[in-house]
Design a protein around this ligand. Sequence first.
Ligand code: AMP
Ligand code: MG
Length: 321
Amino acid sequence: MAGDVLEMQDFLMNTVVEQKICSTNVAPAAIYSASLSKLRMLEDMMSFYSESSEVSLINHNAGSAATRISAEMMLVLEQAQEYAHVSQSAFNILLAPLVQTWRKAGAENKMPTREGIMEVLALCKIENLILDKNENTAYLSKKGSMIDLGGIGKGFAADACCEIYDEMGASSAFVNLGGNVKAIGNRPDGNPWSVGLQHPDRIRGNCYGVIMCSDLSVVTSGAYERYQEIEGAKYHHIIDGKTGYPSESDLKSVSVISKSSIQADALSTAAFVLGLEIGMDLIYNSECIGAVFFTQANEVYLTKGIKQNVRLLERMPCYEA
Ligand code: AMP
Ligand code: MG
């Protein structure tokens, strides 16, 4: 018997956050209250739009001054640099000026010019972010450079929630930040938690498969998640830093399985940009458990060794590679 179970939903970090907490010794409500405070704190720290967030302070000081940051922010930024390094900058938090260029293009329904994109690209090199661990500062060396933690923040937050669940003695728990999932232990009925794999071409909640997981995170990046129309064509929200345009890989989505949610979050974004072949190499060269790739040709590719965790809900071409 796993004890009391609490299920809660909140809107945080621009997404629906669902928590399920099972606990015998400590009231689940007390654990939920602690994780909710943590999520609010992380939202205040990482928000791109709140003027008082650490992200906004760093962005505001670009090209002029280093910004003193919290130890936790330093941790996120160091890891973001590391994931940029291992992915040849396919994952790059400095793509923010381009993300904004494309958002504006969507709002105005006007394609950005190629020259405009190239100009903005110069601001987006990950090397423009300089961290000083002794001084606890972050500095963007070019005016106009900006960071955006949209591709990594939810993973960091999911890890932080699970740390709280563990520390406070939850017997099992599950957190889902808009598709960024992490679970500890098993479900109250003793079975592993299952995470649905959203079908990229169908309405939300329509899954092509499920992943069984205990003490694991599953994070999906996909073109279908968020897109906008500009001059009659669809453009999604994940940018290829090599071209400055929304990535045009051979994938519709990638789901990454890892013990670390920040890793699954960063590497799912990176693998989506890199495409099936290089994305697969990226996962094999990491400490991730594995990944599920859904291609433009509607085929599914699994990394080796995760077949037992994945169940497809319909007949479709599926390969182990
Ligand atoms: P995700 O949903 O985790 O794949 O992250 C996508 C979000 O991260 C976008 O909405 C942008 O805010 C930001 N982003 C877009 N392209 C990239 C990229 N190549 N690397 C890192 N972050 C990105
Ligand atoms: Mg991500």
